[in-house]
Design a protein around this ligand. Sequence first.
Ligand SMILES: C[S@@+](CC[C@H](N)C(=O)[O-])C[C@H]1O[C@@H](n2cnc3c(N)ncnc32)[C@H](O)[C@@H]1O
Length: 317
Amino acid sequence: MEDRQRLGRHLPVMADEVLTALAVRPGGRYVDATVGEGGMSERLLDACSPDGRLLALDWDEEALALSASRLARFEGRVNFVRSSFAELRRVLAEVGWGEGADGIIVDLGVSTLQLGRDARGFSFQVDAPLDMRMDQRLAETAADLCNTLPERELADTIYQYGEERASRRIARAIVQRRAETPLRTTGDLRASVLSAGVRGRPGHDPATRTFQALRIAVNRELEQLESLLERGWELLRPGGRLAFLTYHSLEDRLVKQAFTMWSASCLCPPERPVCGCGWSPKVRRITRRKQTASQQEILRNPRARSAGLRVVERLAA
Ligand SMILES: C[S@@+](CC[C@H](N)C(=O)[O-])C[C@H]1O[C@@H](n2cnc3c(N)ncnc32)[C@H](O)[C@@H]1O
């Protein structure tokens, strides 16, 4: 952990809104599926004091160690598990919460800790090994993808996950570069993006979208989210609430689609005159539309700028 932390501590995003939307109360059972540096968990544990309990998950070993030390004063009320949230159903059963939680928060994306650690390779602001794995047990790094994916697949990845219009030019530049020498560092990747003539939006580095795309691909972020959303209401007890904080449209779209389906009263195609699906709504929506951070919070914490909160409550069977 000797790397310098350039960006300071991760400030939890929209914590007041999350606690209100989850209706956190003493004695409840809560899950922080992405504990990170533990800021949101700390607020949750305070709010459910004196006897509420928390299951804290993260697949990043460093994040778990850091949050465990930050939350040491709640000893006996927190259970830390190193796991992807895609495995939450199994983890709940293992800790004896198989019938579900009263509240779950999933704060997606990358933490300030990860961005600030030079050795992790998430940031284009320092030259570091091109890694980007949130869980170091994952097999492939961003360098592996850059050096092995066929040009077309690389371009599709950058387009789909980065929504980068210059994806083809960037993929070509990466492939040309690696033909001479493999990409090893964040600087190599950024230089490839710049050599493709990408300008970027005002106020954003030209490599922002490419870095986001590779991070999503390395960590299979959307697949993890889809697994969690699969019958996700079953992770809650009746009356329990599930909250997502998303930071880009790809994540938000998946959450929105799932919540729309779960809260629908019928899943029949619209042209069908009589309902035959037998579906009943599983949840009610607590947030009608995506809730965003206040201007004051965005000024304090620029990361909150792109955050969106969506919350549902499980209905009684
Ligand atoms: C935005 S940070 C969470 C910050 C946290 N709410 C706080 O207040 O410090 C996101 C965290 O989610 C973790 N993460 C991302 N995808 C994950 C997954 N599939 N399973 C478990 N943890 C994941 C990352 O390792 C990172 O620590």
